[in-house]
Design a protein around this ligand. Structure first.
Ligand SMILES: [Zn+2]
Length: 348
């Protein structure tokens, strides 16, 4: 391993740690992160960014699945759609990818708002595949049979190179979807698990980003979720099962808030490609949150239509982006230190 590689690993480590700091004090993310890390090689966000750079060529589709119907409104939150919007922007800037956001019909409007806030045109598939700086936003069926047909159709049409789920519930062994608190969400959820399972079987890279154990990707750390998350092992709905989805992904990123996992991937892409602008700015972050809230995505926790996620207000998310941005910029500088010192008067 060269010095630059070691430095990259260290910055990647710092990105992971920052994204997994549990500022709301829920007390579960430390265990979930450690379990995810024990089962995968290298820092989580950096590994995913490396895989995306390896697999995604200009014009290739990356599917981003998001949307979590929150109890008791059964309408979405900003955790997920916001990260889907900002990650879509980063994938366009970094890789000239064609992002396709897949969600419930009830969450189309908030996902379109997030995409628009992130500076991309929200479009249907045909237009999005043809035009740059777009992201397709498409509804996926809540019915299992229709979902199977739609998965085949999308696979054929999109030929995606990667699938990423952000704060996306998945069906447990009894076929039921749950909130982190164990409430049943089954009837309201798009059955995108099918899309992930089929893609994975074909060798397409699949990534889950979660913060509570009930999201796609968390099957990798099932036992830890059962031990660490209240209601993790037994839901509050009549199925009496685990909140952990049955479907498995190749990668799992655990963050304190799922959007922060998406931010971490953006930061790692920026670091690897030596371009700070790939990670979105504080201004973009605020705009995405605000427009998403305006489209009735709530700040889950208080359940208010204020900009924010998991009871963390939008300013703090902006701070997170600033911190990550600084780490990326320093990381890039450190990387260059071996070629051309930033402060030549210190080089003796
Ligand atoms: Zn249940």
């Amino acid at each position: 391993m060269t010095s630059n590689d070691e430095k990259l690993q260290k910055v990647g480590e710092a990105i992971d740690r920052l994204c997994a700091i549990e500022i709301t004090g829920r007390g579960v993310v430390g265990d979930l992160y450690a379990a995810a890390r024990a089962r995968q090689e290298g820092p989580l966000c950096l590994s995913v960014a490396q895989k995306l750079i390896e697999r995604v060529q200009p014009g290739d589709v990356v599917v981003i699945a998001t949307g979590l119907p929150t109890y008791p409104w059964f309408s979405g939150e900003q955790d997920g759609p916001v990260g889907a919007g900002t990650l879509a922007r980063a994938l366009v800037l970094a890789l000239a990818a064609r992002p396709v956001i897949v969600t419930e019909a009830i969450h189309l409007e908030m996902c379109r708002a997030a995409v628009r806030g992130a500076g991309l045109y929200p479009r249907g598939i045909d237009e999005a595949l043809r035009l740059p700086t777009t992201a397709a936003v498409v509804a996926f069926p809540t019915d299992w049979t229709e979902a199977g047909r739609e998965a085949d159709r999308l696979q054929e049409r999109l030929r995606p190179k990667a699938l990423i789920a952000i704060e996306r519930p998945g069906a447990n062994d009894h076929g039921h979807y749950h909130s982190a608190g164990g409430f049943r969400l089954t009837d309201h959820c798009a059955k995108v698990d099918v899309l992930f399972e089929r893609a994975r079987a074909q060798g397409i890279v699949t990534v889950g980003i979660g913060d509570g154990g009930n999201e796609l990707g968390c099957a990798m750390i099932r036992e830890t979720v059962h031990q660490a998350v209240p209601r993790g092992v037994r839901c509050q709905c009549p199925c009496g099962g685990s909140v952990v989805p049955a479907a498995v992904t190749d990668h799992l990123i655990v963050a304190a808030i799922s959007n922060w996992g998406a931010y971490g991937v953006e930061a790692a892409l920026a670091l690897l490609l030596d371009r700070r602008e790939i990670l979105h700015s504080r201004d973009v972050d605020r705009r995405v949150h605000e427009w998403c809230a305006q489209a009735e995505a709530n700040n889950d926790g208080p359940g208010l239509l204020d900009p924010g996620t998991d009871a963390v207000p939008v300013e703090i998310h902006g701070d997170m982006v600033e911190l990550l941005g600084f780490m990326v910029a320093s990381g890039i500088d450190f990387g260059r230190l071996y070629k051309e010192p930033r402060y030549p008067w210190l080089a003796v």
